[in-house]
Design a binder for this molecule. Sequence first.
Ligand SMILES: Nc1nc2c(ncn2[C@@H]2O[C@H](COP(=O)(O)OP(=O)(O)OP(=O)(O)O)[C@@H](O)[C@H]2O)c(=O)[nH]1
Ligand SMILES: [Zn+2]
Length: 345
Amino acid sequence: MPDWTYGLAALGWPDGVAWPRRNSAPARIATVHGSIAEACVVDPGRETGWVRHGGVRLGGSLAVTPVAGDWTVLSGDEVVEVLPRRTSLTRPSPSGRGVQTLAANVDTVVVTVPVDRGLNQRMVERLTVMAWDSGGRPVLALTKCDACADVPEAISAAESLVPGVEVVATSSVTGGGVERLRELMAPGTTATLLGASGAGKTSLLNVLGDRDERVAAVARDGEGRHTTTTRRLHPLTGGGVLIDLPGIRALDVSAGREAITDVFSEITELARRCRFADCSHEHEPGCAVRQAVASGRIPKRRLDAWDALHRQLAHEARKHDPVARAAEKAKWKAVSKEIRRRERG
Ligand SMILES: Nc1nc2c(ncn2[C@@H]2O[C@H](COP(=O)(O)OP(=O)(O)OP(=O)(O)O)[C@@H](O)[C@H]2O)c(=O)[nH]1
Ligand SMILES: [Zn+2]
């Protein structure tokens, strides 16, 4: 049986877990273009450093289209199976229907938010909700701390927005916080940087540096020249793997009920003391959350942010759930009927 162990480890496969397909080579997807993909292919030999970067074809009978981070099974240079995902980072599909998976099997989602021009609270909350929703663990990296007047203040503001999430103050100029991020990207870990365009992801990636270039060294074209490929999956010499994602806008975030509960844990906690179990914290009597806002214990914007995410959740549920959509339609039908009735006097 071929020895995949070294290559699997270099690509972030969990230690001590056997590759489930004895005789078929593993490949981890870096990026997909239609029916072909760039992948890190595990080799059983030392000649290629155990891993080679190359193009693979996507078989026609795949149940799911692989995305960056997916573990796949090869037959020759064809992907014949996509292994079940441990985690998936998703957002509402740009087409307006369903969700789009951005990356699979990410353990640590490093939410990157710059603090050089103040902290965008909404961005912090929304991206962290998205990170929790993936099934991975969020870490909040405040970027560009060298250009922030009051870093301790930024850290404590951030901590109050995402209770229970580690906040790391970073700068790609001074290298601050980079060591901690490296620790979080230890062997067997797959991480990604999730943030808006301009948040400083690429700069951070560059100082995290030590990408394992041995993987690229064997990517050659027919004449033996090195080919330049748009790489999205970076094996780090420290042992972890970093998936490079394009920038994301706050609006692109998909909300999950449990993830919102995690990010807004102080509201979740207080809601247990509301008189009604399904309190919307809008108008019900005996609402402990509104009381806390009135007394200044919770900032009003925090409840507004919670509310906005729940509205989005309901909106998405209606879009994807035919029953809810039908109910919504019926409601509007009744409304327009009522309007017509009034118009007729
Ligand atoms: N002062 C300071 N500026 C930074 C730091 N990191 C990045 N920048 C600047 O912020 C800008 C955006 O940085 P990028 O690393 O390109 O941001 P990005 O998130 O990769 O952006 P996209 O590629 O558009 O997704 C650049 O002008 C960087 O020079 C930092 O730590 N300190
Ligand atoms: Zn309430």
